[in-house]
Design a protein around this ligand. Structure first.
Ligand code: MN3
Length: 251
């Protein structure tokens, strides 16, 4: 996501919506009005990840010692690459226009194949994951995002505990999320497999602004069975500026 995309205003969005018919398309696709309304307040391009991998913004060893170089390399070049390739396959098979935002597909994922669900989610989730981490980050969020976290959870610490619990407690493979709901609150949730909160099948719906991959492939080489240690180390590499950019784009 570049600065230009982040700075798209609500007015621009409405103009774009008129051109693309995105909001109408979402409602027509059977998405609830509530959920469509949170999609409406952002640019149709603000969270678009396309159907191809974005180059990593940092080197594989950049997040060490929290995430080791070998894990990053395999994760990005093998696991995430496969989701992108298989997503393009699924798009071809199911006549999905790859020039349109992937969010459109995810918001009505129940109408597509399991292949689309697993790989569309897999691609979107990993693109988000890479983008909200960076070297020399960590610490705490600031500004409007921090205010919203305190308003929604009571304190940053309460939020962090809830997020860690979601990440540690997800049985098997999945993700932990911080999302913006339709009423502009922040909510923590977790999803199984490669599902995410954009999907119409998600128990807790919203626009994800922070996500943590808790599949074993994300941490096993370095942490083995110690998922809790990986979850704790994640805070050292969260790029809160990038998370805030996502948050501000949804507001
Ligand atoms: Mn993964």
């Amino acid at each position: 996501m570049n600065n230009k995309e982040q700075n798209i205003t609500r007015r621009d969005f409405i103009a774009n919506t008129a051109k693309t018919g995105l909001a109408i398309g979402l409602v027509g696709a059977g998405v609830t009005d509530t959920f469509a309304s949170i999609i409406e307040v952002k640019s149709p391009n603000a969270f678009a990840t396309g159907f191809a991998q974005t180059p990593l913004a940092y080197a594989y060893p950049a997040l060490e010692p929290n995430i080791d170089a070998r894990t990053m390399e395999i994760h990005y070049t093998k696991h995430a690459a496969a989701y992108a390739t298989n997503l393009r396959d699924a798009a071809k098979e199911e006549n999905v226009n790859t020039s349109k935002p992937l969010e459109n597909v995810l918001a009505s994922i129940s109408k597509y194949s399991v292949k689309m669900r697993n790989n569309g989610g897999g691609h979107y989730n990993h693109e988000l994951f890479w983008s909200i981490m960076a070297p020399n980050t960590g610490g705490k969020p600031e500004g409007k995002l921090m205010e919203a976290i305190v308003a929604s959870f009571g304190s940053y610490e309460a939020f962090a505990t809830q997020f860690e619990t979601a990440a540690k407690g997800r049985f098997g493979s999945g993700w932990a999320w911080l999302s913006v709901t339709a009423d502009k609150k922040l909510v923590v949730s977790s999803t199984p497999n490669q599902d995410n909160p954009l999907m119409d099948v998600a128990e807790v719906k919203g626009i994800p602004i922070l996500g943590l991959d808790v599949w074993e492939h994300a941490y096993y080489l370095h942490y083995q069975n110690r998922r809790p240690d990986y979850v704790t180390a994640f805070w050292n590499v969260v790029n809160w500026k990038a998370v805030a950019d996502r948050f501000n784009a949804v507001l």
